[in-house]
Ligand binder design. Structure first.
Ligand code: FAD
Length: 465
């Protein structure tokens, strides 16, 4: 065999698995069909979206916040082309970083589309077509944007997140289908840059996978600060490209048909696993109804030496989940006993303020019939939040009614994405709310809200409300 392990797909699942495999002494190959490494996350996902979120937040702050801080700037002008250029530089540098890591770890990288020949052979189509043989494999081909039945993403006016990260202009009116993470993040980018943004959501709440209090609060905040309009319980039935604009048709909750016009329509209704070109039938592998590859608890497909990870399998479609999967698969292959708990994979929404959650939502605890208690603390009661002017949001801690073990933490507020880390550590070590309440938290920091919410959950002992 040419390799101990061949990994197909260089997203955060695949490239992290490759590094771990090299660390464990496996002779490793990584195959990627695109010219750059890093997959969706680095090229058209996490990294470019966060670059634009940061740039647009600076612009919005300069417009609306600086004055209050005593900073007066002259006429503010948006240079969108420069913003996109900077975003691309961030992406390029990050992708090159992965390339460097592959070299450093002596991983053989092949550029070309991989398709399975048999359970130990992969054909690589590309500039230099070839076949490699391998003892083991990891399938990490990720996901692609999905659409609604009958609506085609034409990439011109009806766009997915990939095109939204690279528009040639700031739309005057942007219609966003889907009030999930990607829709709200990219909707925020363009609303901050001056677009009139309307979000159409089929359900009666935003960010449906997260605690409902976060969804309600973020809706209020985005409406207030960015003037984003929300059309809840609207079922979009058609979108038409009219040349210079788009026409969207939706049914509202009364069943009436509504028409909306915009410059662009962003389809942000989720992503689906991607297996095209892999030739799964060569190894008799089938996908489930959502196109994902079924795996056992150790991430093995029905062939024990072939693992599947990341967006390609069930579980949260997140970069850090894909990384965890990759490390798990490789360590399992090496005969170790790794650990994986999807319940403790945090979810983050990078709007401003941010939203983040880990563990059970309050709705899930109710459904389970579990006895729980809840402690909540508003950021506006913190000195740090007043100093920076980031007053929106709260930390909510859910703990077991008897044992006080923390079951879920849900945060809406400045730096929630970083604050959630403390909750993840606490829950991995099965801390009680009182454990966290008794730990010193630096003052003045946003993290004090976590301690206060834990105090609130422990016999209502919050200090600053
Ligand atoms: P991918 O990153 O999709 O990588 C799969 C790779 O496999 C691709 O490079 C693809 O070209 C390659 N491939 C496919 N088929 C073949 C083949 N036959 N041969 C060779 N190569 C092949 N997640 C977060 O955690 N945080 C965020 O902030 C975040 N923001 C996001 C923003 C946007 C706009 C989007 C779209 C996604 C975001 N995500 C975020 C989700 C995250 O990008 C994915 O969960 C993550 O990239 C999945 O990693 P993966 O390794 O499973 O697959």
């Amino acid at each position: 065999m040419d390799y101990d392990l061949a990994i197909i797909g260089s997203g955060p699942g695949g490239y992290v698995a490759a590094i771990r495999a090299a660390q464990l002494g496996f002779k490793t190959a990584l195959i990627e069909k695109y010219a750059t490494l890093g997959g969706t996350c680095l090229n058209v996902g996490c990294i470019p979206s966060k670059a634009l979120l940061d740039s647009s937040e600076h612009y919005s702050q300069a417009q609306h916040e600086f004055k209050q801080h005593g900073i007066e700037v002259g006429e503010l002008r948006l240079n969108f082309a420069q913003m996109l250029k900077r975003k691309q530089n961030v992406v390029d540098t990050t992708c090159k970083g992965v390339e460097f890591l592959m070299k450093k770890n002596k991983i053989d990288v092949f550029q070309g589309c991989a398709s399975l020949v048999d359970a130990h052979t992969i054909a690589i189509q590309g500039d230099a077509p070839r076949q490699i043989s391998t003892k083991n494999m990891i399938l990490a081909t990720g996901s692609k944007p999905s659409s609604l039945p009958g609506i085609q993403i034409d990439k011109q006016r009806i766009i997915s997140s990939t095109e939204a990260l690279n528009l040639s202009e700031v739309p005057k009116r942007l219609l966003v289908i889907g009030g999930g993470i990607i829709g709200l993040e990219l909707g925020s980018v363009y609303a901050r840059l001056g677009a009139e943004v309307t979000v159409f959501e089929y359900l009666d709440r935003l960010i449906p996978g997260m605690d409902q209090d976060l969804g309600k609060e973020i809706q209020k905040v985005l409406k207030k600060h960015l003037k984003i309009q929300f059309k809840m319980q609207h079922q979009v039935t058609a979108v038409e490209n009219l040349g210079g604009s788009v026409k969207l048709t939706a049914k509202n909750k009364q069943g009436e048909t509504e028409h909306w016009e915009g410059d662009y329509c962003l389809m942000a209704v989720g992503r689906k696993a991607f297996t095209e070109g892999l030739n799964l039938s060569a190894i008799d592998l089938e996908t489930d109804k959502q196109g994902r590859i079924p795996v056992n608890a150790d991430l093995q497909t029905k062939h024990a030496h072939i693992y599947a990870i990341g967006d390609l399998i069930a579980g949260p479609m997140l970069a850090h989940k894909a990384e965890e999967d990759g490390i798990y698969a490789v360590e399992h292959l090496a005969g170790q006993q790794p650990h994986l708990d999807y319940r403790l994979v945090p979810s983050v929404l990078y709007t401003w303020p941010e939203a983040a959650g880990v563990g059970d939502t309050e709705q899930a605890l109710k459904e389970q019939g579990r006895a729980y208690k809840s402690g909540q603390f508003p950021f506006r009661a913190l000195g740090r939040a007043r100093a920076s002017g980031d007053l929106d949001g709260f930390v909510k801690v859910l703990a077991d009614a008897d044992s006080d073990e923390i079951l879920g933490v849900h945060i809406l507020g400045a730096r929630a994405a970083d604050l959630i880390g403390e909750a993840v550590v606490a829950m991995e070590y099965r801390a009680s709310a009182e454990d966290i309440a008794r730990i010193s938290h630096a003052h003045p920091t946003f993290s004090e809200a976590m301690r206060e919410a834990c105090l609130a959950a422990t016999d209502n002992r919050a200090l600053h409300v």
